[in-house]
Design a protein around this ligand. Sequence first.
Ligand SMILES: [Zn+2]
Length: 190
Amino acid sequence: MFPSLRILSGVEMGEPHWHAAACAEVLAAGPFDRLLGSLHCLPFGDSYTEPWNLYQYRDAPPVVRDYLAGVAEMVATDAAFEVLAHIDYPVRSWPLRAGPFDPWLFEDEFRYALRATATSGRALEINTRIPLHPAILRWWHEEGGEAVTFGSDAHTPELVAHAFAEAAEMASAHGFRPGRNPHDLWGRTD
Ligand SMILES: [Zn+2]
């Protein structure tokens, strides 16, 4: 029905630096056009758990700080991924009791993780599950980030590309521009 539609293949690997063998097995089934890496869990007791659960046991700000430190660790490895997905993952479940999420409380930690991501040569995903705070995109640009991608993290067909128009406007406003093809990474304008 849509002969001009091009569908790329991709995979998001959670904690790829902790699961090198399992990731290699998945990647061997490829090829994949786009490899994303992300952090979903932090150490908890003898195991690991997600921020939404950690917030029930810990103050909210240290959870975010630990998450961003974990991102910096992950991107410093040679794990096989080219895009860092949803750096704002713990913001999705930020608890009401902590008041509105204020990215400036975590500016140093965001900048550190973003700088490490830029140094690794990876791109930053603008994930539209929740709106990415514009300050984080500004810091990405200031810390030397070379490229952004867009992901709706849809999980259901009707949410594919949700809020992409707004995300694209924000990326343009922060110094990134589209490539030749719609699926290309967006590079810097300067
Ligand atoms: Zn994810």
